[in-house]
Design a protein around this ligand. Structure first.
Ligand SMILES: Cc1cc2nc3c(=O)[nH]c(=O)nc-3n(C[C@H](O)[C@H](O)[C@H](O)COP(=O)(O)OP(=O)(O)OC[C@H]3O[C@@H](n4cnc5c(N)ncnc54)[C@H](O)[C@@H]3O)c2cc1C
Length: 461
């Protein structure tokens, strides 16, 4: 059922907890998608958000006439998967996405895509014959691997997995490094092999065996990755406008209290709200300081995630005074370091740049110990100056962002098989968000976690 109503902003002193079926702490993607689905079931929610806006890192805004997102949001799976399901089931009209024309990896002076078939692999321009044969062998292995087999490799790194199979061609590893870096948030010597294999394989229960065999032999030019028309903020606003309930901004949840094994109340901005169903979208690494419980099991449950490793990204936005790139390809500069993704956003969505101008988003991972400015300088000096000097000559707007992208880097111990949600040892307290449960990365992961909560609450299959 699709409803159309606008969530109202109220103050913490206006809250009467009896008015709501569920209280949600934190207003990120996991929270909003949960609230969206609950609204369609006729439930009323209250969202308490510590910042002065909803959305968390799912967010967009204007800079000098250009509309930027928080991060370079290329949505993996806009036709299939949990995120697409939420949009399709609960928003009318369904938001529009534009597919890009594929990922192009630059290794020094050569450019190629990730081959999707054995035929494509044997013609791969980025390496010589020996490298191609090695890639064909490991590619065929990965393409035919079942999810259950991948799960066996959750506690080893992707690099270890590759080395064990003699897949050591450096160019191939460098390209994989770039592809997996963005999904896992860490390099291949730290990323879980299971999560990396899933990213490369794009495990898809919806494909038939025949489809898989065809793709293996002949490849596929079908990309299920896209950019949202209207940007992220438009999408967030659409979701918020369809939720039934109220929200309070600048309301930090300071305490969630358990009593006799069940959740009893929470305190936000000094106000205690008694409720028996609370969903928390607060990062797991701060939950042990927020949850007050007599149950040692509950304390251990949250303390276990105090040091969760998250992914950190840098996005460099450049507004150009003319169209320089002008196509829908996503480019990855593999060499020289750092691995850098470059996309012309205005080629997908002209409304994000003034007419005749161009908006480029360039994303990189922020490794530990490095500053965003260092990475930006490296992107400009190594990548742009060498391969796209015209971009630098025509830059009239420059804007740098840095934040966590997802709350759980996909390393051994933090794969979707390890993460704890949606239920907690406290009855009535559920957890949602990218670090709690749910496969995939980013919004897909947030949507998967929201589906988990809905199921736990008894509202989904
Ligand atoms: C640079 C970047 C690039 C990205 N690229 C992509 C992409 O290409 N594709 C993709 O699918 N996804 C991408 N994402 C990821 C995606 O946007 C996030 O993973 C997702 O939005 C996170 O959702 P979450 O539910 O974990 O919530 P979060 O965004 O972590 O939200 C948590 C909310 O809780 C609030 N909060 C925290 N503590 C409290 C408290 N004590 N009381 C009250 N409120 C509290 C926070 O303020 C926040 O609003 C990207 C994100 C970034 C930043």
């Amino acid at each position: 059922m699709i409803l159309s109503q606008t969530m109202q902003e109220i103050t913490i002193n206006q809250v009467d907890p009896h008015n709501y079926d569920v209280i949600i702490a934190g207003g990120g993607a996991g929270s909003l998608l949960t609230a969206l689905a609950l609204s369609s079931k006729g439930k009323k929610v209250l969202i308490l958000e510590k910042q002065n806006r909803l959305g968390g890192v799912w967010h967009g805004y204007w800079v000098d006439g250009y509309r930027v997102d928080q991060g370079l949001h290329v949505i993996t799976r806009v036709k299939r998967g949990a995120f697409a399901r939420f949009l399709r089931n609960y928003l009318d009209p369904v938001p529009e996405f534009v597919l890009h024309e594929g990922w192009f990896f630059r290794v020094h002076d050569k450019v190629g895509t990730i081959p999707t078939s054995i035929g494509g692999t044997l013609r791969w321009p980025l390496t010589g014959t020996r490298g191609r044969l090695g890639l064909a062998k490991i590619g065929a292995k990965i393409k035919t691997m079942k999810l259950e087999e991948m799960q066996k490799y959750k506690d080893i790194t992707f690099l270890k997995f590759m080395r064990a199979r003699g897949a050591t061609n450096q160019v191939m590893l460098d390209v994989m490094q770039s592809a997996i870096y963005m999904a896992a948030g860490v390099p291949i010597d730290r990323a879980s092999a299971y999560e990396s294999l899933r990213t490369l394989r794009d495990t898809d229960k919806e494909s038939s065996k025949l489809d898989s065999a065809k793709k293996l032999l002949f490849g596929s030019d079908e990309y299920d990755e896209g950019i949202a028309i209207g940007g992220m903020q438009h999408l967030v606003d659409r979701v918020v406008d369809t939720i039934s309930g109220d929200y309070v901004l600048n309301a930090e949840v300071e305490k969630i209290t358990e009593h006799n094994g069940s959740v009893h109340n929470l305190t936000a901005s000094g106000v205690e709200l008694v409720h028996s169903t609370i969903v928390s979208d607060i990062p797991l690494w701060s939950m042990s300081k927020i949850v007050t419980s007599d149950k040692p099991e509950a304390i251990r449950f949250f303390q276990n995630w105090d040091h969760m490793l998250f992914t950190r990204g840098v996005t460099l936005w450049l507004g150009l005074d003319k169209i320089v790139i002008g196509d829908r390809k996503s480019r990855v500069i593999v060499h020289p370091r750092p691995e850098t993704w470059l996309i012309s956003l205005s080629s997908f969505d002209p409304s994000c740049a003034p007419e005749g101008k161009e908006l480029l988003g360039i994303a990189a991972i922020l490794p530990e110990g490095r500053t965003p400015q260092e990475i930006v300088e490296q992107i400009k000096a190594n990548g742009l100056k060498k391969y796209y000097p015209e971009v630098l000559e025509h830059t009239e707007m420059e804007h740098v962002q840095s934040s966590y992208a997802t709350r759980a880097a996909l390393i051994p111990g933090q794969t979707d098989l390890d993460r704890p949600g949606p239920e907690t040892p406290i009855k009535g307290l559920y957890i949602v968000g990218t670090d709690t449960a749910g496969a995939g990365v980013g919004l897909q992961q947030a949507a998967n976690s929201a589906e988990g909560v809905l199921k736990a609450l008894g509202f989904a299959k």
